[in-house]
Ligand binder design. Structure first.
Ligand SMILES: C[S@@+](CC[C@H](N)C(=O)[O-])C[C@H]1O[C@@H](n2cnc3c(N)ncnc32)[C@H](O)[C@@H]1O
Ligand SMILES: [Zn+2]
Ligand SMILES: [Zn+2]
Ligand SMILES: [Zn+2]
Ligand SMILES: [Zn+2]
Ligand SMILES: [Zn+2]
Ligand SMILES: [Zn+2]
Length: 452
């Protein structure tokens, strides 16, 4: 699996380096990432910070260099223990005891997010208690837990019923029967419920799932640095899965997550998978916004984007209403086998050999079904590619854009870029050569500065 690129420039001028994470200082969520702040092309500051929580109030640990004094290391260890102080054996026993009880004798404290027994109620006075925890709820914790929907945190958005069906039938059609559900609790719950020849294990940063599953069914895991939060031994069943045939990693990370740390984790998992002398890379199904396609493909060139519009039950915008969502499925598997529902207007394009959305018409000039956002596209003969219907070709800055676009700014940028290139070329050829004003004027703005 190709993961040559190990750093990525983020929108706010931060470069994230994902190399040898094991040797980076740890925060309570495992190895930190090295962030380099850039300004005017120069590095102004570098520091190590949490891989998972973007907001410092959610994880305040920050280190200026690799060596961390023992006192601070002890604080981190203490903090990690504080995140989840329970022990696995005790949790397993509690779950077994709860299963034996009638739903009316099972309680869930929404304030503490814990399952409790009748006799423990007085430890939760003035808390919000839920009674009648049915067998269904006990095996579908995502329907019981209060979900964290902050996009800079866990971003717990659960798939719509249709999305679950499409993903599961795609996995079945591709013959996978061991599913590593990374941040996909709903699919894990469905597989555990059906047991139709599929097995699954959930990997998630939300430790509240620990109380609902036996140890081989859930691993408290950080997918931004491939870190099992309760020790390597909790990862044993994941390794067993990776050593089996017909295994796939299904992941739905928070939309705001960077692709590089995620690609780092996939590379780590792939190296375990390859211990069995495989001919192909680890199969992956990755759910992410379509506008991050470039990031995904540059980190993992074997991934292709499917047209399916992934919707959620509890997302403000990307819910089951008629509005289209920006979330798509990416995979390194045969896209033709990932059938999309014709009842929702998807159709199979024979020329592209994949399922496409209703308005995604095949362009014989581009030789693809070009639409990324599910809306119709049209071909621009000057740019030689398909663009959104609402765009048109602008002869001033020589690119396709919305009618209202910063034309002058783009023209200036193009000229500046060209000047730089000409100066560079001139220096290469003849170090003292000057470029005349007339020559600069002759330069035509014919370069695209931004991707469509
Ligand atoms: C967008 S939700 C995906 C849920 C999925 N749509 C489903 O219905 O099963 C993101 C999931 O990733 C988990 N998550 C967030 N950050 C994580 C991290 N750093 N490591 C592992 N899991 C994480 C969240 O707890 C949540 O389950
Ligand atoms: Zn942290
Ligand atoms: Zn409580
Ligand atoms: Zn096509
Ligand atoms: Zn075209
Ligand atoms: Zn054009
Ligand atoms: Zn223009």
């Amino acid at each position: 699996m190709n993961n040559k690129r190990t750093s990525v420039k983020t929108d706010n001028g931060l470069i994230i380096v994902c190399e040898n994470l094991e040797s980076n200082p740890h925060c309570p969520h495992g190895p930190t990432l090295l962030y380099k702040r850039m300004s005017g092309g120069k590095e102004t500051r570098q520091y190590y910070a949490c891989s998972s929580y973007q907001n410092r109030k959610d994880c305040s640990f920050m280190f200026s260099n690799k060596t961390v004094e023992e006192r601070k290391r002890q604080i981190v260890i203490k903090e990690r223990k504080r995140l989840f102080p329970g022990d696995f054996t005790e949790l397993g026993e509690r779950l077994e005891r709860l299963k034996m009880l009638k739903p009316s004798e099972r309680f869930f404290c929404a304030t503490c997010s814990t399952l409790i027994f009748l006799e423990e109620q007085n430890e939760h006075t003035e808390h919000i208690l839920k009674n009648d925890v049915t067998d269904h709820l006990l095996t579908h914790p995502s329907q019981l837990l209060l979900l964290q929907s902050d996009s800079k945190r866990e971003a717990q958005f659960m798939f719509s019923v249709n999305a679950v069906e499409v993903i599961l039938s795609g996995l079945k059609a591709l013959n996978f029967n061991k599913i590593i559900c990374m941040g996909t609790p709903t699919i894990h719950e469905r597989i555990m419920e059906n047991k139709d020849g599929m097995e699954s294990i959930l990997l998630d940063i939300d430790h509240r799932y620990l109380q609902f599953y036996a140890s081989g069914q859930f691993c408290w895991f950080n997918m931004m640095n491939c870190f099992p939060m309760k020790g390597q031994h909790t990862f044993d069943r994941v390794v067993d899965f990776l050593h089996s045939d017909n295994v796939v990693v299904l992941m739905d990370p928070p939309f705001s997550a960077r692709s590089e740390p995620l690609a780092y984790t996939l590379t780590k998992l792939d190296s375990i998978y390859q211990q069995q002398m495989r001919e192909n890379p680890l199969p992956v199904v990755w759910i992410f916004p379509y506008f991050k396609e470039k990031d995904i493909v540059s980190a993992r060139p074997d991934m292709v984007m499917l047209d399916y519009d992934v919707k959620y039950t509890n997302h403000k915008k990307f819910n089951e209403s008629d509005k289209t969502s920006v979330i798509r499925i990416f995979t390194n598997q045969d896209a033709s086998k990932f059938a999309l529902p014709d009842s929702e207007g998807y159709r199979f394009c024979k020329k592209c050999n994949r399922w496409v959305s209703k308005h995604n018409k095949h362009c014989d000039k581009c030789k693809i079904c070009p639409s990324k956002n599910g809306q119709p596209y049209k071909h621009c003969d000057i740019c030689g590619r398909c663009i959104k219907q609402s765009w048109q070709h602008c002869y001033e800055c020589n690119r396709c854009a919305l009618l209202k676009h910063p034309c002058h700014l783009w023209q200036t940028r193009i000229v500046q870029k060209q000047e730089k290139t000409v100066v560079k070329d001139a220096i290469k050829r003849k170090p003292t050569m000057k470029i005349s004003k007339a020559a600069k004027k002759r330069m035509k703005p014919n370069e695209r500065s931004k991707p469509i």
